[in-house]
Design a protein around this ligand. Sequence first.
Ligand code: APR
Ligand code: PHB
Length: 411
Amino acid sequence: MNHHTQVGIIGAGPSGLLLAQLLHTQGINSVVLENRPRQRVESRQRAGLLEQNTVDRLRQAGATDRLDREGLVHDGVILSYNGHRHRIDLAHLTGGSRVTIYAQTEVVKDLIQLRLHEDEQSILFEAEATAIDGLDGYAPAIHYTHQGENHTLICDFVAGCDGFHGIARQAIPAHLTTTYDKVYPYCWLGILAKVPPSTDELIYAYHDRGFALHSMRSPEISRLYVQCDVTDTLDDWPDERIWAELQLRLGTAGWTLAEGPILEKTITPMRSFVSEPMQFGRLFLAGDSAHIVPPTGAKGLNMAVADTGYLFDALMRWYQAGSSLELDAYTAGCMRRVWRVQEFSNFMTDMLHRDSTKSSFDAHLQASRFNQLVNSEAASTVIAENYVGLAASWATGVTGSEHGQSTTFHA
Ligand code: APR
Ligand code: PHB
């Protein structure tokens, strides 16, 4: 079967779902093709920290009813070095910005419910995109299989929101593509535990035994992570070992970590990746299909939402004003922010993890970064500004330079 929509979207992760819902608010129709079943998409555990920019975009999409009720707003975050804690007062250092703790899985559930409530044909689950063609013309096509049959979705634009393993990035000719990649020599083992959080604010801990993070999902459920080796499997980490390491790595005088039943355990590899360009003809990549970050700082979802917001604004300029200026500037408009977030995620990762491949010189530099944080409000401010999310000027390619000049440096 051949059918038509204005924007064909591959992938029902946060990027694809948010784009579909934003377009819907402006009367632009779309179809989301998702190769997994709905239940699978709604149960994948990911990070859970939303920047204000992200909350604002979700609000624009009308997707914040539950977030406003259940999201936990945090004014600060704690960094710990071998048990010595340093609080970064996000609100004070950034002139009032905060972060909201609300799981990506819940964002995805909210967007799916909203979209299907308005149009139950707008997301096709178990629909696998297999090829994209016609990208250099006016009517690109996505070929996909659904319920054992082949179909073609003809559209004005294709949004490649299909994550790191999707097909959209591969549709850009290899000779036009440059990729940048870094794999870290450690992983995160993450748990969901049925125990009230032992902290009001997130704790990121460097310890000589390795990194640990205390996050949360709700007043009843804690989310915790410990650094583990790349060769480790879940069998290497019985519950008792996980709690023992968390107690040691997060511990500080006069504080104990409450333990509870572990509901879920996963191991996540750590990687930084960027692929350029993010556009080819009428194909636009957003989110993990174009770039991934290590999870320290929880920027993956926030970057995906920032790309999607930019793409939505650019598409609306095209549909409402006939201008392709923003669409043509899509890669450049995203990249300055993407690299800033890459640098921040890499900085947080490097500062907080134990890396046995590091020289003792580099290990001293790592410790010195903490000393600077504790002693310099300026150093804490840089972390706070990046952590709560970049100012809007980073999303448009325009800088806040005093003289009104754009200053973008390229490698
Ligand atoms: N056809 C249809 N759907 C596909 C295909 C395909 N060929 N390939 C992949 N998909 C789907 C995946 O099943 C997944 O649901 O695309 C979706 C991509 O979603 P995400 O991986 O969540 O990517 P994105 O929406 O960009 O969100 C980025 O999610 O992975 C986290 O840490 C990441 O927080 C970040 C966020
Ligand atoms: C999470 O809650 O899963 C989380 C929070 C902050 C991070 C990473 C993950 O930096």
